[in-house]
Design a protein around this ligand. Structure first.
Ligand code: FES
Length: 249
């Protein structure tokens, strides 16, 4: 393994630059270093103005997502040694399809607004007092939605989704998967409220089932599966409302 590796990092400062441009840095190549370690090395030793987000360094907070050699990756979970054999610089860019604020930091308001619009929390009508006990679930009921609850909002699935790239009004994979996490929870009663947002062209019907969202998810969530599953639910509900309006909620 070589002793150093080169990174080409996209730099952009709105006050200084008309256009983003790549800057090359040589960093030590340690076997256990991830891309985030290299960025921190550059920031600490070479150029303190390099700007990027990170927090947990253990694939939990979801804040260190970037494009690494054109693929959406959590940089804290992407080993530099994976790229050492390629014998060319590792390209690090901000997450695709999001506006860039500075260097590797992107604007996330669009995602946060969409996430909130699908009400990713438990909705119940009865408001049972705590003194009456918990809402219990069987392991089978938990298994129905558990994989969707692993989403860490890292937005890699948005950077992988060509539909979101072409049509930014698309609600997108993570928001729909998280809506399904609650729709499938036996304690939740909010599926009907979420349907108003999800069963639209900008919601599930915008998805053309490319499936890249599922491939890039670092937590093995299957947003593409959630969307197809929900298409079936929405279709059944639509038929119910036409044929049996008294049965549709
Ligand atoms: Fe938290 Fe990478 S720093 S997921």
């Amino acid at each position: 393994m070589p002793e150093t590796i080169s990174l080409e990092v996209l730099r952009y400062s709105p006050e200084r630059d008309a256009e983003p441009s790549f800057q090359r840095y040589d960093v030590p190549l340690h076997k256990d270093w991830v891309v985030l370690d290299a960025l921190n090395y550059i920031k600490d030793k070479v150029d303190g103005s390099l700007t990027f987000r990170w927090s947990c360094r253990m694939g939990i907070c979801g804040s260190c997502g970037m494009m690494v050699n054109g693929e959406p990756k959590l940089t804290c979970a992407t080993f530099l040694s994976n790229y050492a054999k390629e014998n060319k610089p590792v390209r690090v860019q901000p997450l695709r399809y999001f506006p860039v604020i500075r260097d590797l930091v992107v604007e996330v308001t669009d995602f946060m607004t969409k996430l909130q619009s699908v009400k990713p929390w438990l909705i119940r009508g009865d408001g049972k007092p705590i003194s009456e006990g918990e809402y219990l679930q069987t392991p089978e009921q938990l298994d129905r939605y558990k994989q969707f609850s692993m989403c860490i909002n890292c937005m890699l699935c948005y950077a992988a989704c060509p539909v979101y790239g072409l049509d930014p009004v698309f609600i997108g994979p993570a928001a729909i998967a998280l809506a399904q996490r609650y729709n499938m929870d036996s304690r939740d009663e909010g599926a009907h409220e979420r349907m108003d947002v999800l069963a639209q062209h900008e919601g599930i019907w915008g998805c053309t089932f490319v499936g890249e969202c599922t491939k890039v998810c670092p937590k093995h969530v299957d947003p593409a599966g959630a969307i197809q599953q929900y298409k079936l639910t929405a279709t059944i509900e639509r038929f119910k409302s036409f044929l049996m309006p008294w049965a549709a909620k």
